[in-house]
Design a protein around this ligand. Structure first.
Ligand SMILES: Cc1cc2nc3c(=O)[nH]c(=O)nc-3n(C[C@H](O)[C@H](O)[C@H](O)COP(=O)(O)OP(=O)(O)OC[C@H]3O[C@@H](n4cnc5c(N)ncnc54)[C@H](O)[C@@H]3O)c2cc1C
Length: 379
């Protein structure tokens, strides 16, 4: 591949070995018992994955978005969720603190996130939705030298497993026209008044903890304001760029993973003395179509990651990465279930999981329908 170098090849091999030896054996535990893979996040810190998009001066080994894509793709071949959790900790949360934070905030939260010692979460969504902030209920009021936060969020991923929560709060009268009124406040998990509510039993991403978070008179020092006061909403929107791109890389990896398993299966399943792959032209064509769709999307993905490394604006491409990635993963996973016949529907065989996880990629981080709406304003 044009984007491969010796160093990237090395990192891919490390990610492949980690996935094979540490992620794969833990999938059944995550699927069946919904166990959160905290130890895998720590390992991803030790292996350098959490530092790929951060510069050396804060403990990273980047920034190198292409390598971040390669590593995420490798992990997502087996576990879409573990790749997503890597993205949540790095490209979403630590990156937000790195971009907006003070040197003290970076020292306290980003550096240990890079080593895998700290887990982060982003709390945006409330019962009214994710983007219509003017109807949000979570408010922060400055009282002397402290912010006092009251309210609650839903669908917080890493709820109960994060050490610090980046909470979107109304800090003045919200104005949807000027996008004023919104700030981020950092709430450490041990803040009195912080509570985790119900954890959702979801269709996919078993092993992640997505649920309710509550803030009841949570008092934090005024220095815990992250970024500018009242004017953070436009920044939230542009920060989604990194998230959408990395969603694409995770979806690409999972599409490749389920496609490769299915190719192998159709070659090994013998009926009337011949493999299904050799017997049925329609099966070969379906697999060729998947391969073609995957490779076309790979082009889009790595072009976008390389553009990011060169500092070229990728805002529009980011929407396309998430839209196309989730669509590709869902389509490929759906076809692969069918090509496995009855076996495709059996949980233990690990094929139907890709389809369930694809639906999560469709909705989390902004529904694909909403993204299309956003993209329509950019074309
Ligand atoms: C597994 C999971 C993890 C999540 N993790 C987090 C997290 O860590 N932090 C966080 O803050 N949030 C998180 N979310 C919330 C997620 O971002 C929202 O669920 C998502 O943005 C959809 O918002 P909603 O559920 O309020 O749906 P609604 O806003 O009610 O939308 C429902 C549907 O209406 C349609 N629709 C809505 N708006 C538009 C539009 N503008 N144009 C076209 N169609 C539209 C779409 O079909 C959409 O799917 C998570 C969600 C899931 C499922």
């Amino acid at each position: 591949m044009w984007y491969m170098t010796e160093e990237r090849e090395l990192m891919r091999n490390i990610a492949r070995e980690f996935t094979e030896q540490e992620v794969k054996p833990f999938i059944a535990e995550m699927e069946n018992n919904h166990t959160y893979p905290r130890h895998l996040l720590k390992r991803m810190g030790e292996l350098g994955f959490q530092g790929l998009i951060f510069p050396e001066e804060i403990g990273g080994i980047g920034p190198d978005w292409v390598t971040m894509g390669i590593v995420s793709e490798e992990i997502a071949k087996e576990s879409n969720l573990v790749a997503i959790l890597l993205m949540l900790n790095t490209a979403i949360c630590a990156e937000t603190i790195y971009q907006l934070g003070t040197p003290e905030q970076i020292e306290k939260w980003v550096k240990p996130a890079i080593t895998g010692d700290v887990n982060l979460a982003l709390c945006l969504t409330e019962p009214n939705g994710i983007f219509n902030f003017s109807e949000n209920q979570t408010r922060a009021v400055l009282d002397g030298d402290s912010w006092v936060v009251n309210g609650g969020k839903i669908f917080t991923t890493n709820a109960g497993n994060a050490d610090c929560y980046i909470v979107e709060c109304l800090t003045s009268e919200p104005n949807p026209e000027t996008m004023m009124g919104v700030s981020y406040i950092l709430i450490p998990a041990d803040t009195p008044g912080f509570e985790v509510g119900h954890i959702e039993n979801k269709l996919g991403w078993h092993g992640s903890s997505t649920g309710q978070t509550y803030f009841k008179n949570c008092r934090v020092p005024k220095e815990y304001l992250l970024g500018p006061q009242d004017t953070v909403f436009p920044i939230i929107y542009t920060n989604l760029e990194d998230e959408f791109i990395m969603f694409g890389a995770c979806c690409l990896g999972s599409a490749v993973g389920v496609y490769e398993k299915t190719l192998k299966y159709t070659r090994e399943r013998i009926q009337l003395g011949k493999s299904m792959f050799d017997t049925h032209q329609s099966i070969r064509q379906k697999l060729a179509q998947m391969y073609s769709d995957i490779e076309a999307f790979r082009g889009m993905m790595y072009m976008t990651l390389a553009m990011k490394d060169k500092g070229i604006d990728t805002f529009k491409q980011a929407f396309i990465c998430k839209l196309q990635g989730a669509t590709l993963m869902e389509r490929v996973a759906s076809e692969c279930i069918v090509l496995h016949g009855g076996n495709g529907t059996v949980k233990e065989n690990g094929i139907e999981r890709y389809f369930r996880d694809a639906k999560m990629c469709f909705l989390a981080g902004g529904s694909n329908d909403t993204l299309l709406d956003g993209l329509s304003s950019l074309i």
